[in-house]
Design a protein around this ligand. Structure first.
Ligand SMILES: Cc1cc2nc3c(=O)[nH]c(=O)nc-3n(C[C@H](O)[C@H](O)[C@H](O)COP(=O)(O)OP(=O)(O)OC[C@H]3O[C@@H](n4cnc5c(N)ncnc54)[C@H](O)[C@@H]3O)c2cc1C
Ligand code: FES
Length: 338
């Protein structure tokens, strides 16, 4: 039987059990608590906490989510710490971080892989229980033999059959993505732990949906676009902008939406036109944030935004929307892909 440690939250009556080997963050979220977080991989720093009592192991002591000064002051990251005893911790929390779907772990069998661009493929998996998540969320994938887990966003919709779909980009030399592309075969098993993430589709907000993705940020925005079909959005077609480097990096989004009822406006943008192939390019050229205003017929402050991709892209988009167009920050939801 797995042993458990009891984790108490300083300044509140809340406490939860953490399985041996589970992180303080994920165990708290599994328990339904709204512990502050974003990336789950040690990069954003949102889950920093003070250890008031007890002992923990740090899985990623060099994690970039903490500055050296914060480490010196004893700060730690809840997504990278596993308890070695009962603990009392002081951590930021808020109801917005508690997932409507409690995260859980499941063994998943790889059922296939289809290329989307030269370096991105859809990987499909099947679990024995329903795939429960909100459009825009991600899961942590652990592949046997690598001993590391990474965050990947679901590109499909929740379903009772246990089908999970991810769009994954091959990172040259990357430990987990290389293993998925070069070693994983249909029939092989991995562990899926999720769902996580707060950049999910707000179904109760009637504003026009705008999805903005860069590179592998494609997956969660595809899921949100698919889910938009089930919303009463009469008169406000969802808009998706996607930024890639060259025309080859632009996925065939209409084809990816086949089989879903979603009807969207899609605007691809490339940042690095190649002299050889760019003659065929009829879309926009530049950085994706430069075309938002041009492509939206609705005033920018009247839309709800879902962003996914590399941190510099997210920062440029957020700066443009908030500083220049006075879009309330509460209307912008994002996961930075570190
Ligand atoms: C919320 C979120 C959602 C994401 N969704 C997608 C997606 O849908 N599709 C996609 O292709 N990518 C996605 N990513 C990126 C993905 O999680 C990986 O970072 C990427 O695939 C590279 O992983 P790698 O192991 O191949 O590369 P590596 O270069 O080996 O590792 C990449 C990152 O892992 C971290 N890392 C390195 N060593 C350790 C360690 N010892 N312990 C813990 N972490 C370590 C570092 O931050 C490093 O930058 C997402 C990232 C986040 C945060
Ligand atoms: S550093 Fe822990 S959630 Fe990002």
């Amino acid at each position: 039987m797995t042993s458990q440690f009891q984790i108490s939250l300083s300044g509140s009556d809340a406490s939860y059990a953490c399985d041996d080997g589970d992180t303080l963050l994920r165990a708290g979220l599994r328990h339904g608590l709204g512990l502050a977080y974003e990336c789950n991989v040690g990069a954003c720093g949102s889950c920093k906490f003070d250890l008031i009592e007890g002992e923990v192991d740090d899985l990623f002591p060099a994690a970039p989510g903490l500055r050296p000064k914060e480490r010196e002051r004893g700060k730690r990251l809840a997504c990278q710490c596993v308890p070695r005893s009962d603990c009392t911790i002081k951590i930021r929390s808020g109801a917005e971080y508690a997932s409507a779907v409690r995260p859980g772990r499941a063994t998943a069998r790889c059922t296939g892989r289809v290329a989307v661009t030269p370096d991105m493929s859809i990987f499909t998996f099947s679990t024995g229980r329903p795939a429960a998540f909100l459009a825009g969320q991600y899961a942590m994938l652990t592949v046997p033999g690598v001993g590391q887990n990474r965050a990947y966003s679901m590109s499909n919709l929740a379903n009772p059959n246990g089908d999970w779909e991810f769009i994954i980009r091959r990172v040259p030399g990357g430990q987990v993505s290389s293993h998925l592309f070069d070693t994983l075969k249909p029939g092989d098993s991995i562990e899926i732990d999720g769902p996580y993430g707060v950049a999910y589709l707000r179904r109760d907000i009637p504003r026009r949906i705008v999805g903005i993705a860069g590179g592998s940020g494609l997956a969660p925005v595809m899921s949100i676009m698919k889910d938009s079909a089930s919303l009463p959005t009469a008169g406000s077609t969802p808009v998706m902008l996607f930024g890639g480097r060259t025309p080859k990096d632009i996925p065939d989004v209409p084809k990816l939406l086949e089989g879903s009822a979603a009807a969207i406006e899609f605007y691809p943008v490339i940042s690095a036109p190649e002299p050889d192939g760019s003659a065929d390019w009829s879309g926009d050229t530049g950085f994706v944030h430069e075309f938002i205003e041009h492509r939206l017929s609705t005033p920018l402050a009247e839309c709800e935004y879902y962003l996914a991709g590399p941190p510099p892209m997210i920062e440029s988009v957020v700066r443009l929307l908030v500083a220049e167009h006075k879009v309330p920050a509460s209307q912008i939801h994002f996961d930075r892909f570190f």
